[in-house]
Design a protein around this ligand. Structure first.
Ligand code: 5GP
Ligand code: ZN
Length: 115
């Protein structure tokens, strides 16, 4: 499993920075965003360091598919029943601030802080 020692999300994966986990398996970690935009706002990340969607290759297809399939399942477990929003920011113009690929998943009753 490849990690970047300077990456904040790799540190979360390795338990060096605490997080409020919503999901974990051998490939993926889900945890609540530290600055939530919505009543429920978690991030789903691959445990291996992939900087952004630009770095994906065909061998990552199953991993990304697994992420997509998990989000509705986790939302249901977290009590979100009226829809949700998923966002993946990519690169500077895409508004990406943390360069470890992550999927935002936001839900819960509106109004939301953002989005
Ligand atoms: P981006 O703009 O890169 O798509 O979003 C990065 C997200 O990571 C932001 O929503 C930010 O609040 C969240 N974030 C940044 N640092 C931490 C952290 O240390 N812990 C948690 N749980 N979330 C973080
Ligand atoms: Zn990383």
């Amino acid at each position: 499993m490849s990690h970047d020692p300077n990456c904040i999300f790799c540190k979360i994966v390795q338990g060096q920075i605490p997080s409020k986990k919503v999901y974990e398996d051998e490939d993926l970690l889900g945890f609540h965003d530290i600055q939530p935009w919505a009543p429920v706002h978690f991030l789903l990340i691959p445990k291996q360091h992939i900087a952004s969607m630009v770095d994906l290759t065909p061998e990552h297809a199953a991993l990304m598919g697994k992420m997509a399939v998990l989000v509705p399942q986790l939302m249901k477990e977290l009590g979100v029943t009226n829809g949700f929003r998923t966002v993946v920011n990519t690169g500077s113009d895409g508004g990406q601030e943390v360069f470890h690929l992550h999927m935002h998943a936001m839900g819960g009753p509106r109004p939301w802080l953002k989005g």
